[in-house]
Design a protein around this ligand. Structure first.
Ligand SMILES: *Cc1c(COP(=O)(O)O)cnc(C)c1O
Length: 376
């Protein structure tokens, strides 16, 4: 940390930790062993099921692990294809590759930055085993269209809701709608356990399969000790992490409200500029994990210049995700015009829960000055 800077640092993200998290973590460290070693995990899963309105939840060490096990339980493997948006964090694609399947990248929509349903439809082949709907930065995918495509082709829609805690689709929380949902509690996310994640589903059979997989292939009810019926995974959340998670879940409304308040303040300050921000279509709620600006096409915006200006003012900036197809593990797909245009025009703004109104203004003023300064 650079304490010599004349201005206080504005972090792009930082967990909100109170006495409650400290109390639960301390309790877990002191007493959460032996017959109590699962107490906070079971409580966390129950609280999460209730929050989301789902039948089943399995706490994991990461969203990546939850996605990996869920896709394995859906039978995705060698030679299969999973369709997802080109603009994404690599964690959504990695489990597909680990299973020997192929991530089929398609272009995204210019307003939600999520999967373009028409592109999904066009990408479906006899090998397509799932559509991976990633709700980017809290923005919801067009679930009506994606679920309809899935039904028509008999393929499941998976929700990567790692960034979509607090987002609601026509009365249903993000992550509770598809075949299964995955969430992340990494330190940068709206609620955190340090590292951590959760798998959720309403499908009893899928739940049982993931439960067995998550326990190194040992089925529930198996009486023989150490009897694994298949090769599974070890992606468990610890009781210590779950203790912090329970405190965060007790505060979930407060934490999501803070994200929404921060987004509102930025929008208020920036709405007159030639840029768009995270959308919130009628009938939906956006959890606004990351307030994001996308400067209009035709404006000579250079994100690197704005990032450099942020840096001189001790403000953290964060670049929009790269098109996955532009990374070394993939083939470039420049025909994804929206994806390749978006990321250079976009930036995530600092949004940790306790950011002050003055610091939001400091960031917003810099965006205003920068964008106004480049207007033709
Ligand atoms: C953070 C994130 C993940 C990965 O979460 P981990 O808990 O770090 O595995 C997956 N998908 C998306 C969209 C994310 O933002």
């Amino acid at each position: 940390m650079n304490n010599s800077h004349p201005k206080s640092r504005v972090y792009y993200t930082k967990p909100s930790i109170t006495e409650l998290e400290i109390r639960y973590a301390t309790d877990a460290a002191a007493h959460g062993w032996g017959e109590h070693c699962y107490d906070y995990i079971l409580r966390f899963e129950a609280m999460f099921r209730e929050h989301l309105g789902v039948k089943h939840a399995i706490a994991t060490s990461s969203a990546t692990g939850a996605l990996h096990m869920g896709m394995a339980a859906l039978g995705i493997g060698e030679g299969d294809e999973v369709v997802l948006g080109d603009i994404n964090w690599i964690a959504s694609a990695a489990p597909i590759v680990h299973l020997g399947a192929k991530p089929v990248l398609v272009d995204v929509l210019p307003d939600t930055w999520c999967l373009d349903p028409a592109a999904v439809e066009a990408a479906i082949t006899p090998r397509t085993k799932a559509i991976l709907a990633v709700h980017l930065y809290g923005n919801l995918c067009d679930l009506d269209a994606l679920l309809e495509i899935g039904r028509r082709h008999g393929i499941p829609v998976i929700e990567d809701a790692a960034e979509a805690i607090g987002s609601v689709w026509h009365g249903h929380r993000a992550g509770s709608i598809g075949a299964f949902g995955a969430f992340s509690f990494h330190g940068t996310k709206t609620i955190t356990t340090g590292e951590g994640g959760i798998f959720v589903t309403n499908d009893d059979a899928l739940y049982e399969r993931v439960l067995t997989l998550s326990n190194h292939g040992r089925a529930r009810g198996e009486t023989r000790q150490f009897w694994a019926e298949r090769i599974g995974f070890k992606y468990k959340m610890s009781n210590l992490q779950a203790a912090i998670g329970c405190a965060q879940l007790e505060r979930i409304d407060e934490l999501v409200d803070a994200k929404r308040r921060i987004f509102g303040a930025y929008r208020e300050a920036l709405y007159q500029l030639p840029l768009s921000m995270n959308p919130e279509p009628a009938g939906t709620t956006n959890g606004y994990w990351m307030p994001t600006i996308v400067v209009d096409t035709g404006i000579p915006f250079d994100r690197e210049v704005l990032l450099a200006a942020f840096k001189t003012d001790n403000i953290d900036g964060r670049v929009f995700f790269w098109p996955l197809s532009s990374l070394p593990s993939f083939e470039p797909q420049h025909e994804h015009i929206v994806s390749y245009s978006l990321h250079m025009r976009a930036l995530n703004l600092p949004s940790y829960h306790d950011i002050s109104a003055a610091d939001i203004a400091r960031v917003a003023d810099m965006v205003v000055a920068h964008v106004k300064g480049i207007l033709p």
